[in-house]
Design a protein around this ligand. Structure first.
Ligand code: FE
Length: 351
């Protein structure tokens, strides 16, 4: 990836974030932040007339997490108890998070002050391939209006999934790839819509099929995994080797909340692809192609603190599933893995 292409990509994204001359941008970094992403972000923000800071914080949770993936162990962040860093971020108009500050009360406090935050931690070539557009926002917000009105999400699949989730208790997670309003958090690259089932309101069965993806494991399943779900929790995980590995990983947290159903939603990003995960070194990506590819049903286990709930388990697993039908109050928004506005989305992506 050339520096000039990355500067152009950042310029598009910062413009979509409505960055104005004289606004304060703080780039939040960790020792392993990609240097090209950092340098090109700084150049693009500076060229747009922003006041640019950099704040580097030390990593946390290294001794506790089984994985180096920063989405694998959530909760405590480098901002926990760090008043000075918190003050700097709250005083910024836009925070470019190249570190991965997620699921924390400190992040909520920063957003409540009106600061907008954009997370960007995928490698430069993934960022440059999935630069967001206004069309992404339009598509995600159209899906959001349907999801907001729904009382139930019913997910079925040829593999045997039959999951019913009562809705309405929790807010939506609308990710379209840029933070264009005060207090908005987003993630470049992304493109999906999600919410959380009502407390205790997820029931029946999820059957993961061959080719479905486990994150943070970053593996494609070789064989199905059957999960029984009662009262919002996975009560059994059955299957071959992949099922045993998944169960052992979740059990390592010794936390019953790790088995809770977390966010549920569907992918809306035509530039993201199901097949890319096998092309990258497992530690070079966090798997945003997998989370966002168009028409996947994104099932997940773990916390709901991001939605304002109290379940703060550090274990978080995202599971993009193919070939599912997602119905809201009986109306399909995804049919056998295809979003209903697929053709529109493809035309937009070609622009
Ligand atoms: Fe997730």
């Amino acid at each position: 990836m050339s520096d000039s292409d990355m500067v152009q990509a950042w310029t598009k994204v910062l413009t979509l974030c409505k960055l104005k001359q004289g606004e304060v941008v703080t780039i939040l970094t960790a020792p392993d932040t990609n240097q090209q992403t950092l340098v090109t972000a700084s150049i693009a923000a500076d060229a747009l007339g922003a006041v640019v800071n950099r704040l580097e914080l030390p990593p946390v949770n290294g001794e506790r997490s089984l994985s180096r993936d920063k989405l694998a162990f959530v909760g405590t962040t480098p901002l926990t108890g760090n008043r000075a860093a918190l003050a700097a971020l709250k005083a910024s108009d836009l925070v470019l998070d190249l570190m991965t500050l997620l699921f924390s009360p400190e992040q909520l406090e920063i957003l409540q002050g009106g600061t907008r935050i954009l997370l960007a931690v995928e490698p430069p070539d993934v960022l440059a391939r999935i630069v967001p557009t206004e069309a992404d926002r339009t598509r995600v917000l159209a899906a959001a209006s349907k999801l907001k009105a729904a009382k139930e999400m019913h997910i079925t699949s040829g593999a045997g999934t039959d999951l019913r989730c009562a809705l309405g208790e929790y807010p939506l997670l609308e990710e379209y790839g840029f933070a264009d309003a005060p207090g908005r958090w987003d993630h470049w690259p992304s493109g999906f819509i999600a919410t959380w089932p009502n407390e205790g309101g997820a029931h029946r069965r999820v059957v993961l099929d061959r080719g479905d993806i486990l994150l943070p494991m970053k593996t494609y399943l070789a064989a199905p995994i059957e999960m029984e779900i009662e009262g919002g929790y996975v009560t059994s995980i059955a299957g071959a080797l992949d099922a045993e590995l998944l169960r052992d990983y979740i059990e390592s947290f010794a936390d019953p909340e790790a088995f809770a159903v977390s966010h549920i939603g569907w992918g809306l990003q035509p530039k993201a692809r199901w097949s890319t995960l096998g092309l990258y070194n497992r530690e070079a990506t966090i798997g945003m192609d997998a989370r966002a590819f168009e028409g996947n049903f994104l099932f997940s286990l773990g916390p709901n603190t991001e939605a304002g709930g109290t379940r703060d388990t550090p274990c978080h697993i995202d599971i993009p599933m193919r070939g599912c039908t997602v119905a809201l109050d009986g109306e399909a928004v995804v049919a056998r893995g295809q979003t209903r506005d697929t053709n529109i989305a493809r035309a937009e992506a070609a622009d």
